[in-house]
Structure formats: structure tokens, C-alpha cells
Design a protein around this ligand. Structure first.
Ligand code: LCS
Length: 393
């Protein structure tokens, strides 16, 4: 069977292709830190890369390996490198491409710590950066310098829901021989495949849609080429931000239902966005599925659906939004996203609170912005909860 020819829901279940000798329907959890060699020569061959036997779980593990292969097959990539968290994936990518004197162009509305770690940590090692709005390609062109070694973006962006044209951005990057890395967390490969659009690498916080059950923190890097895979895997292993086998098992289990979860969450989100759009107490709303979204046409081109994430402002600004958040009963007032439960949060004081006021303003993360991650509950219950919470405003 060639899994590459199969539909995405089939791939979600069968990708990875691990065959258990005892016939287990799921990949066993190889909860072992180390693996014994058949002989000293075999051990030496494993270390020399001449045998694909396992050595030590920080470097590689069968349970983790099956998840890596699965996500890579879904992203149409060469292979995956699983990490302890999404931030583990992002810092590994930064470490791989950047060094003293090199420069990165990134989106100004990325997940807060993806920017924070650059400004507080990588800057100490002489890495330079420009944060621009990558939804505006002229800003990217203007920011590229002779020492630019990486273009990095997130689309849809957290939390502004701005959409970057991946294909056009990849063309600009490659004209300058610069790699493009895309954080595909908000879509997952079910809704968007950046490597097919020209990106060189994809990162995920699998804590979100891929695992989907709010019980795991996990990350993944998928490379397009064998060369990048061989280059970046040791960076992850040396930094020690590897995944644990149990974490891999849980994430692989979550991945199997990604399609049905996203289909339902997205169906709910379309209805919730329509409800909020018409609500007299809502000042504005950004949701890729609304015709009012400034990149609505691009959404149709590069995404297979609008997803389940939206942001909005309540009339009356931050105080009004806070009142609403304080009164939700069904939705959890919590960070994270992409799970089965509806979550509401305030980026300016929570996920993006470490950004300077100027950086927040530049990125369009206003004080009033409230972010919603729609879950798979009954949509009438989600809307009724928002209705009663807005009644307090
Ligand atoms: N990329 C994106 C787009 C994210 O939203 C997050 C986390 C990360 C990377 C980092 O992944 P982690 O290390 O947490 O697995 N986003 C969060 C959020 O919006 N609320 O809480 C976490």
C-alpha cells in the first residue's frame, strides 16, 4: 500500500507505517532511555549513521519516530523531528539557521514567546532581527539584508489572524537564497501544507490541534529535504529538547481524529463568527471565513478551510472585553488553543504580555483584542454562553 496516494483522513490514521511484530493496532510505547546493540560493531555502525538502529531516546526512539514520519507524510515533507514543545521546535530552528552576525526577518504577530526568545536570548549571541508585517510583502522585501539567513512566519498569525501569502513569500525568500520557515500550528496539515506552497520547513505546536485534547505539550519540525533533516536533528538532540515516548504515543493518538475534530470545530466557528459579526456589542471581528477578512480570497487559495480561531473586540474596549471573559461559564478562560474545548483569552495581558507596548501596537495586538478557540461542543451551547457573557457588558 502506498500511503502517499491515500486521502488525508486515511493518512491521519495509517501514516507512519509502523508494523508491530505482535500485531498491535497502535504503536507500542517504547519507554526506554537506551537500546542495546547486537554487537560492538553494530553499536559503532549505529553511531556512524551506517545502521538505522536506535541508540538513545534523546536522539531517536521508535514510538517518537512513527509520529515524526506520520506528521512528515501529512505535510508532504522528508521527515519530522519531534520536540518537547512547540517552543522547542522554534528555538531549534533558530539555532539551526542563525548565529552571531546573522539576521532574521519575522512576522510581528507571531506567538509571543517565539518573538520574546529572539529579543531576550538570541540577541545576547549577536543575532539580529526585523519584525515586520509579513502579510505585506513589500515590508518583507524592505527588511531583507545581506546577512538575512531566515524568513519566518506564522499564518494565520497568533493572535491577529492575519494571513501571509506563503507562495509569494517563498518566492521572495528564494530570490535571495534565504530559507522560509512557516509555523503551521493554527491550521495543522489538515487545512494547510506550507511545504507544497514553497516553504522549506514547517514547525508545529502539537499541543494544539494535532494532539487536540489539552493533555500534552509537544512540538514538531518537518523538513522538505534530507539535507536539512540531517542538519537540524542533531541540533534538537544536542539542545535536549526531545520528546518523551509517552508524549509521542498520546500525540499520535490525537492525530488520528484531527480531521473529524477540525471539521466540527470549524463548522462551529463559522456559526460563532457569524453570530459575533452581527452582535451589536461587538466592535470588530477577524475570522478567515468571513467575507470581511482582508485576505478572504487568499484564505480560499492556500487554506482548505477557515479553521477554528478568531479574534474580536468588544465595544467599550478592554474593560468591556474583560467583563465578558469574567462571565463565560462553558468556555474556559485559558491560554492554549486547538483543543476540543472552547477557550477564551486576552493576548495583551496573557500570551503576548511580554512584548513591549510598541511591539504590541506594531503587531496589531490591541488591548481590546479577545481571542477565541472554538471547540467541538454543541454550537448552540457555545453561542448561548457567549450571549449570557456579553449580556454582562
Ligand atoms: N506556535 C504557535 C502558533 C503557538 O500558538 C504556540 C503556543 C507555540 C508555537 C508554542 O508552542 P508550545 O511550546 O506551547 O507547545 N501558543 C499558545 C497560546 O496561544 N496560548 O498558550 C500557548
Amino acid at each position: 500500500m502506498n500511503i502517499k496516494d491515500k486521502g488525508i483522513n486515511t493518512k491521519l490514521i495509517h501514516a507512519g507505517g509502523f508494523k508491530d511484530p505482535l500485531g498491535s493496532a497502535t504503536t507500542p510505547i517504547y519507554q526506554s532511555s537506551t537500546f542495546s546493540f547486537e554487537s560492538a560493531d553494530h553499536g559503532a555502525r549505529c553511531f556512524a549513521g551506517e545502521s538505522d538502529g536506535y541508540i538513545y531516546t534523546r536522539i531517536g526512539n521508535p514510538t517518537i519516530g512513527e509520529l515524526e514520519k506520520s506528521v512528515a507524510e501529512l505535510e508532504n515533507g522528508y521527515n519530522g523531528i519531534a520536540t518537547s514543545s512547540g517552543m522547542g521546535a522554534i528555538t531549534t530552528v533558530y539555532m539551526y539557521y542563525l548565529g552571531a552576525g546573522s539576521h532574521m526577518v519575522s512576522h510581528n504577530a507571531v506567538y509571543g514567546p517565539a518573538r520574546g526568545v529572539m529579543e531576550s536570548l538570541f540577541s545576547k549571541f549577536g543575532v539580529e532581527y526585523s519584525y515586520v508585517d509579513t502579510t505585506d510583502l513589500d515590508q518583507v522585501r524592505a527588511a531583507i539584508k545581506p546577512n538575512t539567513k531566515l524568513i519566518y512566519t506564522e499564518t494565520p498569525a497568533n493572535p491577529t489572524i492575519g494571513i501571509t501569502d506563503i507562495k509569494a513569500l517563498a518566492e521572495i525568500a528564494h530570490e535571495h537564497n534565504i530559507p522560509l520557515v512557516v509555523d503551521n500550528t493554527f491550521c495543522s496539515p489538515y487545512l494547510q501544507r506550507p511545504l507544497d506552497l514553497g516553504a522549506d520547513m514547517v514547525v508545529h505546536s502539537m499541543t494544539k490541534f494535532i494532539n487536540g485534547h489539552a493533555d500534552i505539550v509537544a512540538g514538531m519540525i518537518v523538513t522538505k529535504t534530507e539535507e536539512d533533516y540531517k542538519g537540524i536533528r542533531p541540533v534538537m538532540a544536542n539542545m535536549g529538547c526531545n520528546m518523551d515516548p509517552h508524549q509521542a504515543f498520546m500525540t499520535r493518538r490525537g492525530l488520528k481524529t484531527l480531521g473529524i475534530r477540525i471539521d466540527r470545530a470549524q463548522k462551529n466557528a463559522i456559526k460563532v463568527a457569524d453570530y459575533l459579526d452581527k452582535h451589536p456589542k461587538i466592535e470588530w471581528i477577524m475570522y478567515p471565513g468571513l467575507a470581511s477578512h482582508p485576505q478572504h480570497e487568499l484564505v480560499a487559495e492556500q487554506m482548505d478551510g477557515p479553521g477554528a480561531m478568531m479574534s474580536f473586540g468588544v465595544k467599550g474596549g478592554y474593560e468591556a472585553g474583560k467583563k465578558m471573559m469574567d462571565h463565560v461559564e462553558l468556555a474556559l478562560l485559558a491560554v492554549s488553543l486547538g483543543g476540543i474545548e472552547t477557550l477564551i483569552q486576552h493576548p495583551a495581558s496573557m500570551t503576548h504580555s511580554k512584548l513591549s507596548p510598541e511591539a504590541k501596537m506594531q503587531a496589531g495586538i490591541s488591548d481590546e483584542l479577545v481571542r477565541l478557540s472554538i471547540g467541538i461542543e454543541d454550537v448552540d451551547d457555545i453561542i448561548a454562553d457567549l450571549e449570557q457573557a456579553l449580556a454582562h457588558v
